[in-house]
Design a protein around this ligand. Structure first.
Ligand code: ADP
Ligand code: 5GP
Length: 209
């Protein structure tokens, strides 16, 4: 019997570099799968339906809320965002580890259901750099960037709720730090109970223990 998968939840103020970091970590860790959220926001250039998000209409999103499909959902920046409970459970049951890129309220809801999740907050080196990066993304007007920046200032207070903090100063260092958190959490004894039992039973049978 394989271990149940691990959940790693990553939050950050918009523009910090969370998408960039998560993509690199996912690429480097084949057992780790991305939880593709549902959203009513429009796709940005380069985003692929089913890979980055499931892009759906508000009508469809509300119908899915009615059916109780989301383990958590929020309205953020005038759009709906939600995590499918069925998709998540299916991955965990297969023994897959799952990365969720969600904001604070969603992370809190996930914690209620999955107490052993690992909660990580990513911070920019400073707020001037955050503003630069928001601009660098290139798909928002100065007014929207200002709005995102102000929301970021409010959101940063949630940092004290998280288990781990990663500063995204040098990108490669931040990627390595997030990977290290994941690898260390995978090695917790409490997550390896099945494997330890199997090891002991096998070696007892071989009369080596
Ligand atoms: P988020 O998903 O947090 O909104 P993105 O991953 O889209 O942020 O990154 C925002 C911008 O900052 C992008 O142009 C990205 O290339 C850039 N970026 C990310 N990390 C760094 C870093 N460590 N140093 C400099 N620029 C970065
Ligand atoms: P963006 O529109 O920039 O992709 O995402 C905006 C914010 O919504 C980010 O903070 C992102 O982490 C969050 N988000 C994306 N998907 C979900 C989700 O399914 N649930 C919640 N609660 N937040 C999400």
């Amino acid at each position: 019997m394989s271990e149940r998968g691990l959940l790693i939840i990553v939050s950050a103020p918009s523009g910090t570099g969370k998408t960039t970091i998560c993509r690199k970590v996912l690429k480097a860790c084949p057992r780790l799968e991305f939880s593709v959220s549902y959203t009513t926001r429009k796709p940005r250039p380069g985003e692929v339906d089913g890979r980055d998000y499931h892009f759906i209409s508000e009508e469809e999103f509300k119908a899915r809320i009615e059916k109780g499909e989301f383990v958590e959902w929020v309205v953020n920046y005038d759009n709906y965002y939600g995590t499918s409970g069925v998709d998540l459970e299916e991955k965990l049951k297969r023994g897959r580890d799952v990365m969720l890129d969600i904001e604070f309220r969603g992370a809190q809801a996930i914690k209620e259901r999955y107490q052993d999740g690992v909660f990580v907050y990513i911070l920019p080196p400073d707020l001037t750099e955050l503003k630069n990066r928001l601009g660098k993304r290139g798909f928002e007007s100065p007014m929207v960037i200002e709005k995102r920046f102000n929301q970021a200032l409010e959101e940063i207070a949630s940092i004290f709720w998280y288990d781990y903090v990663v500063f995204n100063d040098k990108l490669e260092e931040a990627v390595e730090t997030l990977k290290a958190i994941y690898v260390a959490e995978k090695s917790r004894r409490s997550r390896l109970e099945h494997r330890i039992k199997e090891f002991l039973a096998r070696e007892k049978e071989r009369k080596l223990f």
